[in-house]
Write a protein that binds this ligand. Sequence first.
Ligand code: PGA
Length: 257
Amino acid sequence: MRTPVVAGNWKMHGTVEEARHRVWDMLQPLQELSGVERVICPPFTALLAVANMLMGTDIRLGAQNMHWATEGAFTGEISPRMVAEFAQYVIVGHSERRKFFGETDETVRKKVRAALDHDLTPIICVGETIGERETGLTDRVVHQQVLTALADCSPEEASRVIIAYEPVWAIGTGLTPTPEEANRVHREVIRATLAARFGEATARQVRVLYGGSVKPHNAPGFFAQPDIDGALVGGASLDPQAFVAIVRAAAEAKGTK
Ligand code: PGA
């Protein structure tokens, strides 16, 4: 049985003070849903404050990005060593990083390697653009993204990563694929790629999340799918009630409650 994961990506939202309030409002109900791995990914500036609030709980902390080098002349960047001071997870290859900040499959590969070297669990984002979907390229694009991201990993390391399938056209738009469509990509593309490269056992162990306009009302449908192990939630994770409702839906669907 794969433990379900629900991660909240706050993106570039909020001051430290706002982060404290948001966490405060979700902390108690989130703690009661311990069958789900719950990860909060605030902006870098709020990591320390949120880390302090999560101390003594089993709710985990993630960063939204990092550089791959341990240290060096990279003005404005944050290294894996710095992230690992506070967090246990790191989002890698989010489509907004790919689109606006030059993230490529190659930089994702380096960041995945760096995350593993610093005992961080990478949440690796993959997914096709609308143009790729419309020209029938979804499977090829996602296959290549998964393969390159994990090019430097052993089967054991690969089994510990988390992959988030986030169709780019579904992020922040209110549009989603059907749960069946998402599940097909998870099974026929992502798990199949993992199985071919690392073996069936690894492919069965990797948690594959769906992301892109996940809300309390549509989350149960995604979580009912056998190859969807949870969600990477953007906008709805900013609303404590909505985020808790999504975590609860995961607990109920996966029988951990
Ligand atoms: P969304 O974002 O839930 O707001 O669509 C998802 C994400 O960017 O991870």
